[in-house]
Design a protein around this ligand. Structure first.
Ligand code: ATP
Length: 229
């Protein structure tokens, strides 16, 4: 099967300092893949490179069989890579609905279906994004990405900094998307939450993908070695 998205041998520099030393990962259609690792191991850099916001020094990025290593990020988005960035990044002065409409591209996800999915976004339709709670902003960030009708949804630390009850709500939403067949690449550190959702986990250690397998295959030893605090 051709992977929906694949990165191979990624090496990335920020100026003179190397952040990635060899990252490989693949997401098959309909799969949810978790990208894990401690702080600063290169998860965001990997995602930014996949979304073509960061140029690799070496390695390749493939999407649906096409080499997109040199494609500008807006074209990668058009091909169907929808990013929910770390820190959410909604348009602060636009309303919820304006934020959603600004992202719209044709497909099954529309203003109505996104509101059905996250009723809170319908209730807060005319509220400025800046005045939403953290959890609502996260729903808006996911809603915006869905409005692009992505073939791959990429979530960077989607539950970071949120209250436990809101985290639960976001995880439930991600599980619903996965059940609908949405391909997902998700960066997160909470193995317990990822376990029921992820088909595969890729663990990064100092800019390298060092372990790939099912979440169930992550032994306490692997967890201690690569994911422990
Ligand atoms: P976290 O979980 O803390 O978000 P991460 O696994 O996503 O971390 P990255 O943010 O990809 O890791 O960072 C990987 C390495 O690259 C780190 O050493 C970081 O300091 C460095 N780095 C990230 N962004 C930049 C930048 N804009 N300029 C210079 N170095 C950077």
């Amino acid at each position: 099967m051709t992977a929906l998205a694949r990165v191979e041998g990624l090496e990335v520099f920020y100026g003179a300092s190397q952040a990635l030393f060899g990252v490989d990962l693949a997401v098959e259609p309909g799969q949810a893949v978790a990208l894990m690792g401690r702080n600063g191991m290169g998860k965001t850099t990997t995602i930014r490179t996949l979304c073509r916001m960061q140029a690799p020094y070496k390695g390749r990025v493939w999407f649906d069989g096409q080499d997109i290593t040199r494609l500008p990020s807006y074209k990668a988005a058009r091909l169907g890579i929808g990013l929910v960035p770390e820190g959410r990044r909604c348009f602060a002065t636009l309303t919820v609905t304006e934020n959603l409409i600004a992202a719209a591209r044709p497909g099954p996800w529309t203003l109505q279906t996104v509101r059905d999915f996250f009723p809170r976004l319908g209730e807060r339709a005319d509220q400025q994004a800046a005045t939403l709670s953290g959890g609502e902003q996260q729903m808006l960030a996911i809603g915006r990405a869905l409005m692009t009708n992505p073939r791959l949804l990429v979530l960077d630390e989607a539950t970071e900094g949120l209250a436990p009850v809101i985290r639960k709500e976001i995880w439930a939403a991600i599980a619903r998307l996965k059940a609908q067949g949405q391909a997902i690449l998700i960066v997160d550190k909470t193995l317990s939450e990822l376990k029921p959702i992820a088909d595969a986990c890729v663990i990064l250690e100092r800019g390298r993908s060092v372990w790939t397998g099912t979440p169930g295959a992550i032994t306490p030893e692997i967890e201690r070695r690569y994911l422990g605090l």
